[in-house]
Design a binder for this molecule. Structure first.
Ligand code: SF4
Length: 225
C-alpha cells in the first residue's frame, strides 16, 4: 500500500537555505535573541513534524484569505494578502511578509491583519507578546497604524480577534533589538541566554532546538536557580 505520510513529507520538503547575516525577520522579533543568533550561526534542518505544523498554518492562512475574499463577506474588503516588505535600517534589512490588509466597509478604516493558528483557542485570552511585537513592526514600517491579531483554532476553526494599538516607542525598542542582534552576529559574540534568564520567557526553552548547545555554552544563566 502507499505510505501517505511519506508522500506528505516529500510534498512539503523544501531545501532550507541558511539565513544571511544582515537580513532579519519580524516574526523573530519576540524570540530569544540567543536562539535567533544560533539559527544564523548553526542552521538546522527543520524537523519533518514541525514542517507539517507550519504547513497546517499555511492552510489556515489560505482559508482566511478565502473567507475575506468571499462574496458572502459583506462587511470587509480584502485589499491585499501575503505582501512582502523590506526596510533598510543602518546597514541591515528587516524583511517580512504581511498576511492581510483589509478595509472595514462601514467605517472605511484600514487594518493590517496577522493570522496565527493555534490548537487551543479556549486558552487564548490575550494576544501573545511576541505576536504583538511582530505586528508593531509591520504597523511602524507600513504606516498603517491599525492592527489585528486573528487567532484561529486549527482543530475547529473557532477564532478570537485582538485589536492592537500602534505604539511607536515599542516599535523603536524592537528595532533596537535587531541592531543589537546584528552587532552580536557581525562581531561573533554570543548573546545572553535571554529566555532562560526570565520567568515569563523560560517556557520558550522547551521548544528550542538549540537547548543542548545553550546549556553547554552557559550552564547557568543569570537569575537561574
Ligand atoms: S534554550 Fe532558551 S535561552 Fe537558550 S537559546 Fe534556546 S530559547 Fe534561548
Amino acid at each position: 500500500m502507499i505510505d501517505f505520510d511519506k508522500l506528505i513529507d516529500e510534498h512539503i520538503k523544501r531545501e532550507s537555505k541558511p539565513k544571511g547575516i544582515g537580513k532579519y525577520y519580524p516574526s523573530e522579533a519576540g524570540s530569544c535573541m540567543r536562539k535567533v543568533w544560533y539559527s544564523y550561526k548553526y542552521p538546522s534542518e527543520i524537523d519533518p513534524d514541525l514542517r507539517k505544523i507550519f504547513k497546517m498554518g499555511d492552510i489556515i492562512h489560505d482559508f482566511v484569505v478565502e473567507v475575506l475574499k468571499s462574496e458572502k463577506t459583506k462587511d470587509v474588503e480584502l485589499l491585499e494578502s501575503e505582501f512582502p516588505f523590506k526596510e533598510k535600517v543602518e546597514d541591515f534589512l528587516i524583511s517580512g511578509r504581511i498576511d492581510n490588509l483589509i478595509k472595514i466597509k462601514a467605517s472605511g478604516k484600514i487594518y493590517l491583519v496577522e493570522v496565527k493558528s493555534t490548537k487551543g483557542i479556549q486558552w487564548v485570552n490575550n494576544a501573545s507578546p511576541h505576536n504583538v511585537q511582530q505586528l508593531q513592526l509591520y504597523m511602524h514600517f507600513t504606516g498603517v497604524h491599525n492592527g489585528i491579531l486573528l487567532y484561529i483554532d486549527k482543530t475547529n476553526l473557532k477564532s478570537k480577534i485582538f485589536e492592537i494599538k500602534y505604539d511607536e516607542a515599542e516599535a523603536r525598542r524592537i528595532i533596537e533589538r535587531f541592531k543589537k542582534l546584528h552587532k552580536h552576529l557581525v562581531e561573533n559574540i554570543l548573546p545572553e541566554a535571554e529566555a532562560r534568564a526570565h520567568k515569563e520567557s523560560n517556557w520558550m526553552c522547551k521548544y528550542c532546538e538549540y537547548k543542548e548547545r545553550c546549556f553547554k555554552d552557559t550552564p547557568k544563566a543569570k537569575h537561574e536557580g
